[in-house]
Design a protein around this ligand. Structure first.
Ligand code: PRP
Length: 171
């Protein structure tokens, strides 16, 4: 399938560095726990953590929705939960992309039930066109309107995740 470059490696690096600086300043002295929502987030997560200059802890969870990202049906299941205690911790959920918002809304609800001291969201891409659930993204890397994006963790039928840049697929 044809694809068009949306964000280059240096666009991504620059923005991830800014996010890291902002988070380092906002969470100084708070011993935050960063929770990555697998799988697509791994590339962004690894780069973001290395731009953070304060002590942090990390954990991961996985929320699987039935069907592919293109046809996101809204039915979500936690197939791997966090392992570290959440109660009274300052938690930052990290996502690669928020599209309909269904995954994030579900994950936020599950997390909130564990009584964190605070709960914020950092997402590399905030894709607004198909939003169904009203969710607050406290730290957004890039806001995009439309288009199916791949690369830097994002897939189309499990392909393209390993591309270092972000592309829009051309139908
Ligand atoms: C992607 C992404 C988000 C979700 C966003 O995950 O990482 O979790 O879709 O879509 P939504 O806002 O419409 O719910 P996906 O389920 O494709 O799993 P993956 O991270 O393993 O690719």
């Amino acid at each position: 399938m044809e694809k068009e470059l949306l964000f280059s490696r240096s666009d991504i690096q620059k923005r991830v560095k800014e996010l890291g600086e902002q988070l380092s300043s906002d969470y100084a002295g708070k011993d935050p726990l960063f929770v990555g929502v697998l799988n697509g987030v791994v590339f962004f997560f690894a780069d973001l953590m290395r731009e953070i200059s304060i002590p942090v802890k990390i954990d991961f969870m996985r929320a699987a929705s039935y069907g592919s990202r293109m046809t996101s049906s809204g039915e979500i299941q936690i197939t791997k939960d966090v392992e570290k205690p959440i109660r009274d911790r300052h938690v930052v959920l990290v996502e690669d992309i928020v599209d309909t918002g269904n995954t994030l809304a579900f994950v936020l609800k599950q997390m909130n039930e564990k009584d964190p001291a605070s709960l914020k969201v950092c997402a590399l891409m905030d894709k607004v066109e198909r939003r169904q659930e009203e969710v607050t993204i406290d730290y957004a890397g890039f806001t995009i309107d439309s288009g199916f994006v791949v690369g830097y963790g994002l897939d189309y039928n499990e392909e393209y995740r390993n591309l270092p840049e972000i592309y829009v697929l051309k139908p």
